[in-house]
Design a protein around this ligand. Sequence first.
Ligand SMILES: *Cc1c(COP(=O)(O)O)cnc(C)c1O
Length: 334
Amino acid sequence: MDWNNLGFEYCKTDFNVRFSYVDGKWSEMQVTDDEYIQMHMSASCLHYGVELFEGLKAFRGVDGKVRLFRVEENARRMQSSAARLCLPVPSEEMIVNACIEVVKRNERFIPPYGTGASLYLRPVMFGTTAGLGVKPSKDALLIVYCSPVGAYFKSGIKPILVAIDREQDRAAPRGTGDVKVGGNYAASLMSGEKAHHLGYSNVMYLDAAEHKYIEECGAANFFGIKEGKYITPKSPSVLPSITNKSLRQLAMDMGLTVEERHIPVEELPTFDECGACGTAAVISPIGKIFDMQTNEVYEYSQEVGPISMQLYTRLQDIQYGRAEDTHGWCTIVL
Ligand SMILES: *Cc1c(COP(=O)(O)O)cnc(C)c1O
C-alpha cells in the first residue's frame, strides 16, 4: 500500500459485515468477503430512495492503538435516519459491534501512524422488499464496510473556495436534511457540478424557505469565528455533524462562547475565520465565498486562522492518541 498517496476512492478490503432484517427480525452478524449483494430489481431502495448511510474513521495512534471516533454517535444518527425512512431500526449495539468487527477483520488496511491516512468506515442500510407501490420496506440490509483513505490535506491544511447556490436547495424545511439519507446527496449533485465548473470545491446552501440564512457547505457543516465566539447554524434541515458537535465542545474547553443560531448571509463579512467541518477533513478553512447568483464575493485569509488551527489540532490529537481523551470519545479497538 502506498499510504501517502491514497485518495478518497473505494479500495477493496478483506471483509465486510452484514445484518439482514427478514420476517420481522434481524439476523446474526454475518462476516463475508463478498463485495456484491443480490437484490430484487423491484427493491424499494432502487425506486424510492429508501437508503441511508454513515461515515466515520478509525485511526492508528501514536501509541500503536487503533481508535474509532465517537462510533456511538454515528450509531444513534443511523437509527434516526432509519426511523425517518420507516425502516427497521437496528440497535446501537449492533451498529457499534459491526464497526468494531470490520476494523478488527481488516487490520492490515489500517494506515500506519504518521501518514495522515485512516480507515474510513461506511455503514449503509437500505430497504430490500420487492414491490411497486410506495410503502415502507418490510425487509432491510445493513452493511458495514471499510476502505483506507488518504490524508485530506496532502500538503497541510489549506483554505477552500465555496460557491453559494440560490437556485437549488439541498433539503427542505421539515424534509430529510437532518438525516443522512441518499436522496439528499442525489439532490445536491447538480449544484455541486455547477460550482466545480466555476472552480469552487464546495457549495454553500442557504435555508430553502427564505434563502437568507446559511445552512451547510456541501456535505459538511458551517462555522464562523469572531469576538471569542464559535457560531454555527441552527436549522432543522442541517445534518447534525458529529465533528461540529465535537468542535463545539472543544471551543468551550478553549474558553470560546458557542452560539447555535441563524446566520444571515450578510453576517459573512464580519467573521474573522470560517470553515466547513466533517469527518472527511475535520476542518476545511474557507478562503473565499462566491455567490453564483448575486456575484457577491466574501474573502478571508489564505492561511488557516489561529482558532480553526487550534480546534483542528485538538481534535486530531484526541483521534491519534496524542492528547488525553477527556470526553471519552474514542473506542480502542486494537
Ligand atoms: C455527513 C455530513 C456532515 C458531517 O457530519 P460528520 O458527522 O461530522 O461527519 C455534514 N453535513 C452533511 C450534509 C453530511 O452528510
